[in-house]
Ligand binder design. Structure first.
Ligand code: HAM
Length: 421
């Protein structure tokens, strides 16, 4: 295929059976979040670019290098969302949600777009399930969120999920950390990449997540945020860690943890899995507290915390099972009157909640049975002129090989009995 007619690099088609795995994953995720009192929001895929520069930070890889940004037909700069928090906070502020409720718990699931270097587990269009809680400053919610994530990943079948937790301080103590970090790095500037040298004055915290080897070596021994926390931030972090320990959640306090987005304050966390399939891309979830962002985007001063999980990455960590059957029941019809009867019966069985198909091309019973097999059907209803004239149909159980002729009005009860057995 001509290159320009193929899918965009890094933006993958998701076809069956993988699309089924993706759908089931999202379903389990949604169910768990609903069980924790979250409600779903849907925000646009594109936002004004200024929203991301303000929320995520002008001097971040995400905004400087990774966004899909383009002018719309009115000449305004739009960007495909690289993450979901900015849009969620924008919606929270725009609709003055704080006036209607003191605490808001939202989740979202959908595609995000980042023009990153491609590798296994890193794509340019990928899905996130994310959640945000507005209105709670207390550390209990931080620990509850981390606990929920570890539980969610294990419910989804991800092996060995464990959290790394840190604190990035607040508007009070962050400047001291910045100062310390800059004093440490400035004399070493010659051994930093060009981006980091530029960011040293603009946004020194971003130097901590530069992936280049030279920068990682230069940073060795740099101060940690944990060294500079004020008493309130220290108490907050201690309380989060104490809750996690009390709940026996596998976690590790890690002062080297930094996040690639500027909005975080206090608690920052990631959840990793040791599943071999993940290689270096083993961060399944990233999140943290962002107590200043609602105000920064024009809203009231409302504390908030959230996370996002990379769905494709989590799927890589889950052992693939054989794909489930596409249908429960397949109708094999011999002749046109039987096909028409089968079409009507398929409709009523579908209305009863069963997954049902038939082959409108007709053809030999052998060919139709082959199709039933291909779809993984457990039961086949077989009808021809004889059965129609008797008001019956044959029901064949493809698992046991048993076949019986039944009155047509007894079919549904027998199908249900067999499928539940
Ligand atoms: P993030 O750490 O940028 O955080 O992304 C969260 C997760 O999305 C990552 O841990 C990873 O699993 C997945 N992810 C990121 N980029 C890619 C990619 N190119 N390909 C595949 N998966 C990827 C956020 O997005 C924040 N909005 C999280 C948050 C919500 N913080 C507070 N509230």
């Amino acid at each position: 295929m001509e290159d320009r007619l193929a899918a965009v690099k890094g933006m993958n088609d998701v076809l069956p059976p993988e699309s089924g795995r993706l759908g089931r994953f999202l379903e389990v995720g949604r169910r768990l979040l609903v069980a924790h009192g979250y409600r779903e929001i849907v925000t646009p895929i594109a936002e004004y670019t200024a929203l991301f520069s303000r929320a995520v930070g002008e001097v971040t890889d995400l905004v400087e290098k990774e966004m899909y940004t383009f002018p719309d037909r009115d000449g305004r700069s739009l960007s495909l969302r690289p993450e979901g928090t900015a849009g969620a906070v924008r919606a929270y502020v725009q609709h003055a949600v704080h006036k209607a409720e003191p605490v808001t718990k939202w989740f979202y699931a959908g595609p995000m777009f980042r023009h990153e270097r491609q590798q296994r587990g890193r794509y340019r269009q990928f899905h996130q399930i994310g959640a945000e809680v507005f209105g709670i400053a207390e550390p209990g919610v931080d620990a509850e969120m981390i606990t929920m994530l570890v539980d969610l990943l294990s419910a989804l079948g991800v092996p060995q999920a464990r959290a790394r937790v840190s604190s990035l301080g607040c508007a009070g103590c962050r400047p001291f950390f910045r100062e310390r970090l800059t004093s440490f790095l400035r004399p070493r500037a010659a051994d930093l990449c060009e981006d980091c040298r530029r960011r040293l004055d603009q946004n020194p915290l971003r130097l901590l997540d530069c992936k280049k080897e030279i920068c990682a070596t230069t940073r060795a021994g740099a101060p940690s945020t944990l060294d500079v926390l004020c008493a309130a931030c220290r108490a907050h972090l201690d309380a989060v860690v104490a809750d996690l320990a009390a709940l026996s959640v596998p976690h590790q306090l890690d002062g080297t943890l930094v996040r690639g987005l500027d909005y975080y304050t206090r608690t920052a966390f990631e959840v990793h899995s040791d599943a071999a399939e993940l290689g270096t891309q083993n961060t399944l979830v990233g999140g943290g507290r962002y107590d200043g962002l609602v105000e920064e985007l024009g809203g009231p001063s409302v504390p908030a915390i959230g996370f996002a999980m990379g769905v494709e990455r989590a799927l890589l960590a889950i052992p693939a099972e054989p794909p489930p059957a596409a249908v429960d029941v397949f109708l094999v019809a011999l002749g046109e009157p039987a096909r028409r009867w089968a079409a009507a019966r398929a409709r009523s069985l579908r209305a009863a909640g069963l997954r049902v198909d038939l082959d409108h091309r007709g053809g030999s019973p052998k060919r139709q049975f082959r199709r039933a097999d291909g779809l993984g059907a457990r039961l086949v209803i077989l009808v021809g002129d004889d059965e129609l004239s008797r008001g019956t149909a044959a029901l064949k159980d493809l698992r046991s090989g048993e076949q019986q002729e039944l009155p047509q009005d007894a079919l549904l009860a027998e199908i249900s009995r067999r499928l539940s057995g």
